[in-house]
Each structure stands twice: as structure tokens, then as C-alpha cells.
Design a protein around this ligand. Structure first.
Ligand SMILES: Cc1cc2nc3c(=O)[nH]c(=O)nc-3n(C[C@H](O)[C@H](O)[C@H](O)COP(=O)(O)OP(=O)(O)OC[C@H]3O[C@@H](n4cnc5c(N)ncnc54)[C@H](O)[C@@H]3O)c2cc1C
Length: 642
């Protein structure tokens, strides 16, 4: 085991970023065109980065696997984006957002980064408003705010239930402007399958054109991955079906450390599964917890009744009972565990899945009575419509049913203060990096982090890297480029030609998801994790023996795309279990049953585990490196939302 360092600045917290910015090298405008940057991923983090680097005058090449940058998964974000504007005058400040984020992440995030994020949060809103993002407004004309979990102020800016979509349209327009100006080139329907390394530096990528099947190499001075999160490793998640880990996993295999892979967030308010073979789960935004009350029947005999027939005194508003200070706005990890506890006790409602009713009620009757139907529809109409079209039930009349589902990944590529990975010249932004959220992300903080990375941090730190490194030209004939292309083509052939092709990628993915959900989901335990590592290793062997990819490789072939992604998910799943096994404590979303209080709360071990666990790929066993977390400004305490 060895230690790694973030290289963050020292001194007063509030001056660190400014001081660092001053010390970063700049490139004169007339020289920027000489530098080429590849950006993989054009969701909020990637599109905002391309727009900013393009505007500054660099040559940028961007790639995404969807048919348009507008379809990045960021578009699905519903609830909002945090910022410390303090328009509500309810006591918010940069310090409070910093504190809430560190505490929300159960004291497993880096202070310098989180403070910078809170400082930049105001700039993001200014930038988005200037682009015309239609945030909700108050009667006065000020931008409106609502609350999200884990906070006692209203700092979440929103555009009905479509905040991600509106923010992405803003970033996409800015990205498109640079395409028009010839500063950025973009290829959609292109999937990165390998990172090209030359002299230990990231110098390019190999991509597959998903329409023609053509595999090609692209070189540059440096590479930035903004490729999103890996919740789909669980098979069932709230993420778009295409979200995957392949880009970050290829980078891991080339030397980029993977940090805290087991820190995965299970979101409490999702539409529960109704059948055992379901292929997708849907989020109901956390913003609904501002006004909806969560409850379950007190008696198991009531679980199959129509909720309207359950008397008020027979309802258990368990979050209000267990966490009176934050009540229905308890943070996600805390709320998810409480919902699981209720359902494990046999007090869940809705369809039975594997013998258990997995659902509790999210009830809007009180707020509808108070504000009227129109006011509630104005705030949440599109979310209610979505719920209604999925379930066939009318949430204006009957409470929604909700259950936790995999949603967000705090783990990802380890990055230093400059958001550079352990591979020189390889940066990571947005959900793809291990981010600023510690062991649990607070709601409405992912959009904030992705846009802070893309608009404000990476453009400066990437420029600094380019200014400080004299990079020789790498062309397509370079032996390393030729070798990377060859490796990708060989892997495709291996996927196409398994010895005994029998099962689809979904078959293996479903099996992996089942193992991970049981062993590395909402509750984890040493024996179960050890068993899962063995089961996943067996699944991996079976995969390469029995994967069946129909069709041909040099054409559109979605089975081939999925097979490659599942192969990477299987390897990542194993690392997740190893990471969860190593961390003999509970913190945030990582709940080891051996380290919980009697009330089911996380028991952290700051003496032994106050570090970021960053794994280095090795062919036999991954090697753990530790980044020690030093709390200079906040004293880690037991998280208390009561
Ligand atoms: C349903 C839902 C609702 C959410 N609501 C909120 C919210 O209200 N507030 C909030 O703060 N957060 C929310 N989140 C989280 C937030 O939306 C995401 O964390 C954030 O949008 C991720 O942005 P990103 O730019 O990092 O990645 P993404 O938007 O996922 O973009 C990834 C990009 O990478 C590309 N890509 C990936 N792999 C490859 C590859 N191998 N080759 C080429 N391209 C690749 C994709 O094509 C895409 O362009 C929500 C998440 C979900 C699932």
C-alpha cells in the first residue's frame, strides 16, 4: 500500500483556488490553436468544457455515443442544481454549502475541492442565466429555490422537473457555437474503446463508429474523460440504458487509479420494480420530498389495503419519526436505509418481488389540500404525469409508491486538485471522476459539480498542462497508435467469437446486477462480499466462454456494443466488492452490517479509514493506494439528522 497526494494548495481555504489559479500557467491567445484536446463525452461536464476550451481558441475534438450531444444522460436530471446565491435570505453561504457537502458525504471528501465547488456554484447560475436557461422564478422576478435532502436552507435552482434538460440545452448551444466557429469538431455515435498512451502520457483514443463499425485512432496533446457514472453496473438503475464504464475502465487498465468504486448511491424515491425481469427503473425526483410525506402502514395486515382505507393513526411517517430535524428531507443514504428497514420488516406495499413487497408511500394529499391541485401541478406536473404513465395510477388521488434504486456513483477515476488522473495528460470531469461528494452525494450537487468542472476548472488546469509540457506530434503511424488499434480489433474479435456462444449480454448483465445488488447494494457484509468476488470471477469466465454476439462487427451492432460494456462492468463489479470488503467501516452510502449502530446508522472509523481508496490495475490483484483526508477546517463528527 502506498499513499497519493492531491497536490491541493495550502493556506486559508477561501483563497486556495484563487491562489492556485494565479499560479497556473496560461497560453497566449495566438498560441492556443496549436494545442489539441480530445474530450470524450458531451453531457453537462463535457459540453461545457468543449464550449469553454473552444471559445478560448484551442482545437477540440469531442465524441459521444448517442446520436446527439443533446441526448447525454444529463438530460434526465429532474430536480435542480445547488448554488449559494442565498436569494431566500435563509442563512445560506459558501461555508454552509461546503459544510453540508462534507457532512452529507460523511467526511470522506477533500476539503479544498469541496470549498472550491461551493465558491464556483454562484458562477454556474450566472453562466446558465446568461445563456437563457429558463429557471423557475418568483413573483418578484428573482430565481426561485427549493430544498433538497441533507440541508436546512433552500438553495436548489430548478426548471420544473427538467433542470438537466434545460442546462444541457444551454451547454449544447455553447458547444454548437464552437462547431460553427470551427474550434470544435464533434463525432456522435462514436464509442471510445481504448486510451492511447505514448511515453506514459495520454495522447489519444481509439473509437468505434457505432453505425459503420469502423475502428479509428485519434491523437491529441491530452485527453479528458467526461463519460458519466457507472450505476448501470447493477443492471437495474435510474440511469439511461446506455450509460457505462467502458471509457473509465479502459483508462484504469492503462494506469489511471479508480477511487472509491464501492461508493454508489441508492436513491430513495424511485418507482419500485413490479416484475422480476424488469429492465429499467425510474427516478421520482427528490424535489418531491419537499412536499410529499413518506409513510408505510404500521400493521402488516394493512399492506395490501387501498391506502385511502388506512386510518391516519395506522400510518407510520417513519422519516418524520426517526429524523425529526430533517424529516422527509433526510439525506439519500439515510432515507434509503430507512425505507429498506421498513420493507425488510414486512411493512412494504405494492407488488411482491422475490417474496417481499418493495414500496412505501409518498403522499401529496396534505399539500394538495393546503395549496390546491393547480399549485401542486405547477410545481411537479411533469413528474406526476411521468409517474402516471409508468404506473397507470394518479398521484393526485392516490399516494405514489417508491423504493430505493441505484442512481449515482461517487466513485470514479481518482483525480488531483487539477482534475488530472494518475496518468499524465488524462483528466476526468463530471460523474466520471471520484468527485467531491465523499461517501454520499447530496441532491442537486451533481449538476453543480459537472458544470464547475467543465466551465470553470478544467479549462484552466488543462491549459496549464499544455503550457507546461512540450509535446511532440504523435501521428497514426506511431507504433503505440498501431498497437492500440490492433488491441481493440482483437478484443472485438474475441467478443464476436466465443468458443461456445450461448447467452446474450443481457443474460450476464442481469446476473452481475443480481450479485451486486445483494452483496454490494444497500447493505454489505464481509462473507457475502467474499462470496460475490468468487461468483463474479466465475461469471467472467462464463462470459468469455459463452457470450453470443449476433450480426457482424463492421456494421451497426448493438449486441456487440452491449457485450463490450458488460465485459467491463463485470471487472468493475469485482473491484467494487474488493473495495467494499477493504473498508471495514460504514460511511455514507457504504453500509457494512458489521459496522452499524442498533438504529441502523453508519459507524465510521476515522482512525483507520479517513482516506480515499484508489486502486491501481495489476494483472493479478489490484493494488490499493491511500489519499489521506486531512480535516483542517471541519471537525468530523457523527452525522446526525435527528
Ligand atoms: C434520473 C436522474 C435524475 C437526476 N437528477 C439530478 C438533479 O436533479 N440534480 C443533480 O445535481 N443531479 C441529478 N442527477 C445526476 C446527474 O444528472 C449526473 O450526475 C450528471 O448529469 C452527469 O453528467 P456528466 O456530464 O458527468 O455525464 P453524462 O451526462 O452521463 O454524459 C456522459 C457523456 O459521455 C459519453 N460517453 C460515455 N461513455 C462513452 C464512451 N465510451 N465513448 C464515447 N462517449 C462516451 C456519453 O455519450 C455522454 O455524452 C440525476 C441522475 C439521474 C439518473
Amino acid at each position: 500500500m502506498s499513499s497519493i497526494h492531491a497536490k491541493d494548495p495550502t493556506g486559508p481555504l477561501e483563497n486556495r483556488w484563487e491562489k492556485h489559479l494565479f499560479n497556473l500557467s496560461l497560453i497566449a491567445p495566438q498560441n492556443r490553436k496549436k494545442h489539441k484536446v480530445i474530450v470524450i463525452g458531451t453531457g453537462l461536464a463535457g459540453a461545457s468544457l468543449c464550449a469553454t476550451l473552444g471559445e478560448a481558441g484551442y482545437q477540440v475534438s469531442s465524441f459521444c455515443f448517442q446520436d446527439s450531444p443533446r441526448r447525454a444522460h444529463s438530460i434526465a436530471a429532474q430536480g435542480g442544481i445547488n448554488s449559494t446565491k442565498n436569494y431566500q435570505n435563509d442563512g445560506d453561504s459558501v461555508w454552509r454549502l461546503f459544510y453540508d457537502t462534507i457532512k452529507g458525504g460523511d467526511f470522506r471528501a477533500r476539503e479544498s475541492n469541496v470549498y472550491r465547488l461551493a465558491q464556483l456554484s454562484g458562477n454556474i447560475i450566472d453562466q446558465a442565466v446568461a445563456q437563457g436557461v429558463p429557471f423557475a422564478r418568483e413573483y418578484s422576478g428573482y430565481l426561485a429555490n427549493r430544498s433538497f435532502g441533507g440541508t436546512q436552507v433552500s438553495r436548489t435552482f430548478y426548471a420544473r422537473g427538467q433542470t438537466g434538460q434545460q442546462l444541457l440545452l444551454g451547454a449544447y448551444q455553447a458547444h454548437s457555437r464552437q462547431l460553427e466557429n470551427d474550434n470544435v469538431t464533434h463525432q456522435s455515435r462514436s464509442e471510445m474503446l481504448e486510451l492511447i498512451m505514448v511515453d506514459d502520457q495520454a495522447r489519444g483514443v481509439v473509437v468505434r463508429d457505432l453505425v459503420s463499425g469502423e475502428v479509428s485512432a485519434h491523437t491529441a496533446d491530452c485527453v479528458v474523460l467526461c463519460t458519466g457514472g457507472y450505476s448501470n453496473v447493477f443492471y437495474l438503475s435510474t440511469n439511461a440504458k446506455g450509460c457505462n464504464t467502458s471509457a473509465t475502465w479502459r483508462a484504469y487498465k492503462q494506469g489511471a487509479y479508480f477511487a472509491n468504486p464501492s461508493f454508489t448511491q441508492i436513491h430513495p424515491t424511485c418507482v419500485p420494480p413490479t416484475v422480476e425481469n424488469q429492465s429499467k427503473l425510474t427516478l421520482m425526483s427528490e424535489s418531491l420530498r419537499n412536499d410529499g410525506r413518506i409513510w408505510a402502514p404500521k400493521n402488516s395486515a394493512d399492506c395490501t389495503k387501498n391506502p385511502a382505507d388506512i386510518k391516519e393513526e395506522d400510518r407510520d411517517y417513519f422519516l418524520e419519526r426517526m429524523y425529526p430535524a430533517f424529516a422527509n428531507l433526510a439525506p439519500r443514504d439515510v432515507a434509503s436505509r430507512a425505507v429498506k428497514l421498513i420493507c425488510d420488516k414486512g411493512l412494504g406495499v405494492g407488488s411482491k418481488i422475490h417474496g417481499k413487497r418493495l414500496g412505501v408511500y409518498l403522499d401529496f394529499s396534505a399539500i394538495i389540500e393546503k395549496l390546491g391541485l393547480d399549485a401542486v401541478a405547477e410545481k411537479y406536473g411533469n413528474l406526476f404525469d411521468m409517474y402516471s404513465s409508468i404506473t397507470g395510477e394518479n398521484p393526485y388521488q392516490t399516494p405514489m409508491k417508491i423504493y430505493p434504486a441505484p442512481h449515482y456513483t461517487m466513485g470514479g477515476l481518482w483525480v488531483d486538485y487539477n482534475l488530472m488522473t494518475t496518468v499524465e495528460g488524462l483528466f476526468a470531469g463530471g460523474e466520471a471522476n471520484f468527485s467531491d461528494h465523499g461517501a454520499n452525494r447530496l441532491g442537486a450537487s451533481a449538476l453543480m459539480q459537472g458544470l464547475a468542472d467543465g466551465y470553470f476548472i478544467l479549462p484552466k488546469t488543462v491549459a496549464n498542462y499544455l503550457a507546461q509540457n512540450t509535446l511532440t506530434e504523435v501521428d497514426d503511424a506511431h507504433p503505440q497508435v498501431v498497437q492500440s488499434l490492433k488491441a481493440v480489433k482483437e478484443r472485438i474479435q474475441k467478443l464476436m467469437n466465443a468458443p461456445q456462444p450461448k447467452y446474450s449480454p443481457e443474460h450476464f448483465h442481469q446476473k452481475l446486477g443480481g450479485i451486486l445488488w445483494e452483496a454490494c447494494g444497500m447493505s454489505r457484509e464481509a462473507d457475502r462480499l467474499k462470496q460475490a468476488i468468487v461468483e463474479i470471477a466465475e461469471l467472467e469466465t462464463q462470459f468469455w466462454q459463452n457470450i453470443k454476439v449476433t450480426g457482424i462487427d463492421n456494421d451497426l451492432n448493438q449486441t456487440l456494443e452491449r457485450a463490450g460494456r458488460v465485459a467491463d462492468f463485470i471487472e468493475l463489479g469485482k473491484l467494487m466488492c474488493q473495495d467494499a470488503l477493504m473498508r471495514e467501516e460504514s460511511c455514507g452510502a457504504h453500509a457494512r452490517v458489521e459496522y452499524l449502530t442498533e438504529g441502523g446508522e453508519a459507524k465510521r472509523d476515522d482512525n483507520e479509514f479517513s482516506f480515499v481508496g484508489a486502486w491501481e490495475f495489476m494483472s493479478e490483484q489490484p493494488k490499493l493506494h491511500k489519499e489521506q483526508l486531512n480535516y483542517e477546517f471541519i471537525e468530523p463528527t457523527v452525522r446526525n439528522y435527528k
